[in-house]
Design a binder for this molecule. Structure first.
Ligand code: HAM
Length: 433
């Protein structure tokens, strides 16, 4: 129960201890995969000047028009809780002169959008994002897509679909925009309210409509691919040939336009049928003009971000469950006199068994009460240090998850036994769940 008026904000969630293990698993695996491709982590503030997002994501986008958490600070400046990471990462790279050489950067952390909360859609959510600066070719694009595939394999997520499209250059898109606007105006009456509004402000976004009633109209709409020049078409074919060569299946989705304005060229989304309306778990593309647009050098750029919560939902659905145990070992102490000795023994055990989680009983308690706590902690073994063990320089050890008698072992024997049980996995932090 919380006192009246004191509660978490709608769409913003606490991650409780029993779920953190799953988050950490995703974080650890993504970090390993990203560093395997030479990506370096960058950390930027959660607050930025509002202008950064208006100038990058685009004034006429859902995010900037209605989803940003913005406020005026004490100095009269408009600040915004970052709704995404690309603009922040690029801002930092420009500001610190990182763009003089090629860079592969990644980041993770909370993002904020004032959307209507539902399963898989939150107001504070988390992304892991990747940005590659200074690479103009399709090689980096293919590498990025291979990296995403490796992520899904590492996380044990199957059944995702890669949808890709080419948005071409802004000048090519202008011709398409004109044709599309003319076509949609002819069908104005049949459009829903949202699409009528988008038609006037950002007609490409009408293509993104999920309203099944519009499927017929959209199917007859002009297709962006017909407006692309030879260079853009050539690039896209080269990319597709690379994906074919590396056995990475994809679906071309000519209506994929993305909700952020900075893209030109490749755009892609990894989607699933298992999360209802929140089908996109990862999305990105090329945005070569943005660095210059933000006052930096002209540097080609491409990247993506995935939604952590959405992937966690899929991991859970696929049977990856968080580890419910608080500890691997629970140290039970025989009375008041052994409290300090027990803390010292726990230190020696931790030195000898790095990575193994050891809970030392703190506070008073009978043996029976301590065994109950040990059991509740989820630990696999109870270690017992009573007066007799202390006098003999030994430890009692009792399995809690399988049948077995309590045994008495020397310190060295205890360590050797536990090292074998918990193996190398716990020592390097990659525990099995
Ligand atoms: P985005 O498509 O806006 O792209 O977001 C990327 C991913 O973040 C989505 O595919 C989704 O999984 C997750 N996501 C977005 N909004 C929410 C939400 N309200 N609740 C839960 N998850 C959400 C970007 O943000 C670009 N910065 C990606 C990028 C990086 N493009 C180039 N580099």
């Amino acid at each position: 129960m919380t006192p009246e008026g004191i509660r978490a904000i709608r769409g913003m969630h606490d991650v409780l201890p029993d779920r953190v293990a799953l988050w950490q698993r995703l974080e650890l695996i993504s970090q390993q995969v990203l560093s395997g491709y030479g990506y370096q982590e960058i950390r930027t503030p959660i607050l930025e000047l509002t202008g950064l997002f208006a100038r990058s994501i685009g004034e006429v986008t859902d995010i900037v028009e209605k989803e940003m958490f913005s406020f005026t600070d004490r100095n009269g400046e408009s600040l915004t809780l970052r709704p995404e990471g690309t603009a922040c990462c690029l801002r930092a790279a420009i500001e610190h002169g990182l763009l003089q050489q090629t860079r592969r950067l990644w980041y993770r952390g909370p993002m904020f959008r004032h959307e209507r909360p539902q399963k898989g859609r939150y107001r504070q959510f988390h992304q892991v994002g990747v940005e590659a600066f200074g690479f103009p070719g399709t090689d980096i694009e293919i590498e990025l897509l291979l990296l995403t595939r490796r992520l899904w394999t590492g996380l044990g997520i199957t059944g995702l679909r890669l949808e890709i499209n080419s948005l071409g250059l802004p000048e090519e898109r202008a011709g398409f925009r004109e044709a599309l606007t003319a076509y949609l105006r002819r069908h104005h009456e049949a459009l829903d309210e949202d699409s009528q509004r988008r038609l006037e402000q950002n007609p490409l976004r009408v293509l993104d409509s999920k309203n099944p009633a519009l499927a017929g109209i959209l199917a007859g709409a002009p297709v962006l691919a017909d407006f692309l020049g030879d260079d853009s078409r050539g690039r896209f074919s080269e990319l597709l040939a690379g994906l074919d060569h590396l056995d990475l299946p994809y679906q071309i989705n000519p209506r994929l336009v993305r909700g952020l304005d900075y893209y030109a060229g490749l755009v892609f989304e990894w989607t699933t049928d298992r999360l209802g309306a929140q089908a996109t778990v990862c999305a990105g593309g090329r945005y070569d003009r943005l660095a210059e647009q933000l006052g930096g050098p002209a540097v080609p750029a491409v990247g993506f971000a995935f939604g952590v919560e959405r992937l966690l939902l899929l991991m859970e659905e696929g049977g990856t469950l968080p580890d419910p145990a608080e500890a691997d070992l629970y140290l039970i102490l025989g009375g008041e006199r052994l409290r300090q000795a027990g803390l010292g023994m726990a230190e020696r055990l931790r030195d000898a068994l790095p990575g193994v989680r050891l809970l030392t009983h703190c506070g008073a308690g009978s043996f029976k009460g301590q065994f109950k706590k040990a059991d509740r902690s989820g630990a696999r073994y109870a270690l017992i240090l009573g007066d007799d063990e202390w006098a003999r320089g030994t430890l009692g050890i009792k399995p809690l998850r399988e049948t077995g008698e309590q045994r008495e072992l020397s310190f060295e024997e205890t360590v050797a036994f536990l090292a074998k049980v918990f193996g190398g996995d716990s020592a390097n932090g990659t525990r099995d769940f």
